[in-house]
Design a protein around this ligand. Structure first.
Ligand code: MRU
Length: 444
């Protein structure tokens, strides 16, 4: 794959060598994301403990970004190693690897990146420790560059799912952007590519309680990149999805269509070619829920509809402010397509399903965990209840009331319309499409 250009949005995790002409020694430079959006501050991490702590505190966060940070963390840990021989070097390395992996449990990209570095060094057991140090930093650079390329590619494949209409409305949850990856993001890469292609997407960003990655980070990076973004708090998603569709959702499935609300004439006028208005008005438009259906009164859908027609695809009037689709990232995808992502994603998926809005998960191959048969097996990080009780310092619940604070939930595969990867779009049945995807990745 040719290296993708950089978005220029932000450098989330980078290696900074002490001297420009030598890879080692160096430090890991990250954006201290806990300070955003008030302050954009880069900090240099000089020890593996600082890298662990930065991952744990979410100073660097997002599944691919923590994998990249951990790979650089390993190089950082080992650059001053005094190990005299390879077995001693490898033992020290494995200790740091286990330590880094222990920082957060849900995103598989973290263990994936660390284990990739270990596996690479296992193949160079005859090299001197000095050489192994260089190989580690080279591997971390590769992980970063490959992530940038994969994210760009996800953005391009994701665009094939977007209605090619100006102001296309996209809802997203948490931050799956440049701040969560090497660059571009996964879900937000789709947005950046759409913006580049002149579609002027309109993004609705869930605030994402309790740590507000949606409002602090997604809104910040999209706004900075000139994308039209509107923050909504999480409890507004149903209203936003529901009211925006008022009278405007037309579900096309084979030769049947359904609508949930009465205000159909407006929707039809926007969708239909002028000449077909009379025909459309003559239709007996059913109301009252998604189960209502009628056979189209013509043998084929009219041309405008036909262009947008896809099996089980919810088409809606393309008006500024209307949500056409949901794009989110993921921290781990099981073999059956169940996908862990930031807490609240599952609820958004249920809402999207109810409103017939396609729900897409975007993830690079490093996010897939085919060793887990289903999402029930994905470890879910439980975080400090005070993130809920005293969000950002102020008491928001009685201090002694228990608070439940899982950082992620799992969206069942039945609610996922498609999974967008760097190699294309995976469709149900996911057991099969994911197995084929994973086996195509393996070197022959
Ligand atoms: O707890 P966070 O902020 O690390 O959670 C991040 C997410 O849930 C992202 O959506 C996910 O990592 C995908 S990032 C491309």
């Amino acid at each position: 794959m040719e290296s993708a250009k950089k978005s220029g949005v932000i450098d989330t995790v980078r290696w900074v060598p002490d001297t420009p002409d030598q890879a080692l020694p160096g430090t890991v430079r990250i954006i201290e994301q806990t300070l955003l959006p008030s302050e954009l501050r880069y900090v240099n991490l000089t020890t593996v403990e600082q890298v662990w702590d930065a991952i744990k505190r979410l100073a660097v966060r997002g599944a691919p970004a923590i994998g990249i940070a951990a790979a650089y963390g390993l190089a950082l840990a080992m650059q001053h190693s005094a190990a005299a021989d390879v077995p001693a070097f490898m033992e020290e390395l494995r200790r740091h690897a286990a330590y880094l992996i222990s920082s957060r449990p849900t995103a598989v990209n973290l263990a994936w990146a660390v284990n990739r570095c270990l596996a690479m060094l296992d193949q160079h057991a005859d090299s001197a420790p000095g050489r192994l140090k260089l190989l580690l930093i080279e591997e971390a650079h590769k992980i970063l560059q490959e992530d940038i390329d994969m994210c760009r590619s996800i953005g391009e494949h994701g665009n094939s799912l977007l209605p090619q209409t100006p102001n296309v409305g996209i809802l997203t949850h948490c931050n799956a952007g440049a701040l969560a990856t090497g660059d571009w993001g996964t879900a937000l890469s789709v947005v950046y590519v759409a913006q580049e292609r002149g579609l002027s997407p309109r993004v609705f960003s869930d605030e994402t309680r309790p740590l507000l990655q949606g409002s602090r980070l997604t809104a910040w990076e999209l706004h900075r990149a000139g994308v039209n973004v509107t923050v909504i708090s999480d409890n507004m998603a149903a209203q936003a999805l529901g009211s925006l569709q008022d009278g405007c959702v037309i579900r096309i499935s084979e030769r049947k269509w359904t609508t949930k609300h009465k205000v159909m004439s407006q929707a039809l006028e926007e969708l239909e070619p002028a000449g077909e208005k009379a025909l459309n008005r003559e239709c007996d438009i059913p109301t009252g829920g998604s189960k209502a259906a009628a056979t189209l009164p013509w043998s084929d859908p009219p041309p405008v509809w036909a262009a947008q027609r896809k099996p089980n695809y919810a088409t809606r009037v393309m008006k500024e402010g209307r949500i056409n689709c949901v794009f989110v990232g993921s921290d781990r995808i099981a073999a059956n397509g169940d996908a862990a992502n930031k807490i609240g994603t599952y609820g958004v998926a249920i809402l999207a399903h109810y409103h017939h809005i396609p729900f897409y998960v975007c993830a690079p191959s490093s996010t897939f965990d085919p060793t887990l048969a289903s999402g029930e097996l994905i470890p879910i990080e439980q975080r400090n209840p005070d993130e809920v009780r005293r969000g950002f310092g102020k008491l928001t619940a009685p201090a002694d009331v228990p608070a439940y604070n899982p950082a992620f939930d799992v969206t069942p595969h039945e609610l996922i319309t498609a999974i967008v990867t760097e190699h294309g779009v995976l469709r149900p049945p996911y057991n099969q499409s994911i197995a084929a995807f994973i086996s195509a990745l393996k070197p022959s």
